[in-house]
Design a protein. Structure first.
Length: 603
């Protein structure tokens, strides 16, 4: 029996080697089963109340860990071998691992050649299921004249070969599956069309490779043959939260005060009657709200629309505002420590920048918890497979999670300036291009709404990440972003958090937080804007309005704005330099900053 042991970082157990992922390790192709296969005795629970409230009833657990000598006595994270079909690199024989082989795995052919996993697997187009291609069945099917009675009734199961035949041309036509019994030969080019497997009578089993197929799991969706290492085979659905002292956003605090008022019940009981408006005015004056807010809350029956914060970022934004409200060094203890300073109190900052960027927080310590909800295959529109496939109702689902500690820089922008800027018709029209494309792309609904402020602040975050990677000592892939930019939430947000988080000491070395000092950050931010002023792909890039996946970027490319996809909340989508620097017919959020700096530095 041959076992493979391979060391992973804890963060990799959430992504990219999380539940459902197909990975190549030491010449083997493996897949991670769901968390019902985990030994919970060795999987410690991770606590983050804010995240669990968002996910619903669930348990967050860290993958079992081991190292050194203790590795022999502790649990390992289980991976299944997939696909079961393999071919010999010496004799080209094609064979399948069967139930008799379980516990007796060998990776060598009878001719002593190494067995290599087949390159293609079958993915369900809508159901996110995955299975082996039944190569013997496929090789003896088809609609060409070569499918004779001898081929249909062939039983030479051990005489299948996977060969390259140069006489048939190049590419997939040269790769063929041949049967030594009936002499049937079929090219791989017959495999890749959308309906190819359906035409051959190959149906989806409705399961994942580690599950036993059952009659009631049959799936009606079409199977598609894909390369087993294709990125679309695994689209992780992750969610993260900062572990911070929960703060109520201002709108929720006001709503709570309205509900707690002694006369609020009378407004609800009057149900829009003549007394309701008068009493609502009294309540509004006392709690500092608008009478319309009182009436709309009463119309909802007095119940909160969402007791648990609908968006994790609302609570985080409120917590950052509280920290920035007391400038200076933060002497508090815990997992959320932020030193803050205001741009209005600092000299040497360009006036055009100071009126847009109002405050900066140096996040000396922050804890982040990331969890894997599930995954999709083939398409972001496919059904999501949960990370725990145990029987529903038996227990709370277990979700893979990781806790990481880091540091960062938080930038708060002027809400007053942003609100005025985004009222420009041309600015709204520019952002409207991405809004329209997002609405026409079904899977893109899971991305943030690309209103003008979001696109501009998101692009600024990318520009700053690229510049910070040179100065912080961290690689660009180690830096993460968290964008707080919404004008549609009850409490408007306008800020950016750039931070590093890792499962070890690498995330808190101090190389990033020191750059949040005014003498360091302002030059870096100006340098980032200057980098964006000219792209190596200009004028094509700056004049473009159709770049990136599904054309969800405007003027943004690898030469100027894109970062590692693991660093970006939207996988390098919803970016536009013109909304930062300005375009031919509309102002940019930071337009004029570079002009002022250049004038001041001119002799």
């Amino acid at each position: 029996m041959q076992r493979i042991t391979h060391d992973l970082r804890l963060s990799e157990t959430v992504s990219p080697f999380g539940v459902g992922a197909v990975v190549d390790i030491r010449g083997e192709s493996l897949i991670a089963p769901d968390t019902s296969w985990w030994d919970e005795r060795y999987a410690p629970e991770i606590h983050c109340a804010r995240l669990v409230e968002r996910l619903g009833p669930s348990v967050l657990r860290e993958a079992p860990t081991h190292s050194g000598r203790t590795g022999k006595d502790t649990a390992r994270l289980l991976y299944w071998r997939f696909p079961a079909w393999r071919f010999c690199e010496r004799c080209s024989g094609l064979s399948q691992r069967t139930g008799k082989d379980r516990g007796k795995w060998t990776n060598k052919c009878e001719c002593d050649g190494m067995l290599v996993p087949m390159r293609y697997v079958a993915v369900c187009e809508k159901g996110s299921h995955l299975q082996d291609i039944p190569w013997f069945m496929w090789a003896h099917r088809g609609r060409d004249a070569g499918v004779t009675e001898a081929v249909r009734h062939c039983r030479a199961y051990k005489e299948l070969r996977f060969v390259r035949s140069a006489k048939h041309g190049e590419g997939l036509k040269a790769l063929r599956v041949e049967c030594g019994g009936c002499k049937r030969s079929r090219p791989m080019s017959d495999l890749v069309s959308r309906e190819a497997l359906a035409h051959d009578g190959i149906r989806c089993k409705g399961t994942q490779p580690w599950q036993d197929p059952r009659q009631d799991d049959a799936c009606e969706h079409v199977l598609v043959a894909v390369q087993r290492g294709a990125t679309g085979n695994y689209i992780a659905e992750r969610i993260s939260a900062l572990d911070i002292p929960e703060e109520k956003p201002q709108s929720i605090a006001v709503a709570d005060a309205i509900r707690a008022h002694a006369d609020f019940g009378r407004v609800v009981d009057d149900n829009g009657g003549p007394k309701a408006e008068m009493i609502a005015g009294w309540i509004a004056d006392e709690v500092g709200a608008a009478a319309e807010d009182v009436l709309s809350l009463a119309a909802a029956g007095g119940n909160p629309h969402d007791d648990v914060l609908a968006d994790l970022k609302d609570g985080e934004w409120a917590a950052f505002l509280k920290k920035l409200g007391t400038p200076g060094r933060d002497n508090s203890e815990g997992e959320f420590v932020v030193d803050s300073w205001s741009t209005s109190d600092r000299s040497g900052i360009p006036a055009t920048l100071a009126e847009r960027l109002t405050a900066v927080g140096q996040v000396r310590r922050v804890r982040e918890v990331r969890a894997l909800k599930g995954f999709r295959r083939y398409s972001a529109e496919a059904e999501m497979i949960p990370a725990d496939l145990s029987l529903k109702g038996q227990r709370k689902p277990t979700l893979p999670a990781i806790e990481m500690y880091g540091e960062g820089i938080f930038l708060q922008f002027s809400e007053e300036f942003l609100a005025e800027w985004e009222q420009h018709a041309a600015v709204r029209a520019r952002a409207g291009i991405l809004l329209d494309r997002r609405s026409k792309t079904p899977w893109a609904s899971r991305l943030d709404v690309p209103e003008a402020r979001f696109v501009a602040l998101h692009t600024i975050a990318h520009l700053l990440i690229r510049r910070l990677a040179y100065a912080s000592g961290y690689s660009s892939a180690s830096l993460q972003e968290r964008i707080y930019a919404s004008s549609t939430r009850p409490d408007r947000t306008a800020g950016v958090l750039i931070y590093t988080a890792a499962g070890d000491a690498q995330g808190t070395l101090g190389g990033l937080v020191r750059l949040g000092d005014p003498d360091q950050l302002v030059p870096l931010l100006l340098a980032a804007i200057d980098d964006a002023d000219v792209c190596s792909n200009d004028p094509v890039c700056i004049e473009s309005d159709r770049q990136g996946a599904s054309s969800l970027n405007l003027a943004a490319c690898h030469g100027c704005s894109l970062v590692s996809e693991t660093s970006c909340e939207t996988a390098n989508r919803l970016l536009d330099r013109q909304l930062v620097l300005g375009g031919r017919d509309f102002p940019g959020l930071l337009e004029g900053v570079l002009d002022e700096v250049r004038e001041l530095s001119a002799p």
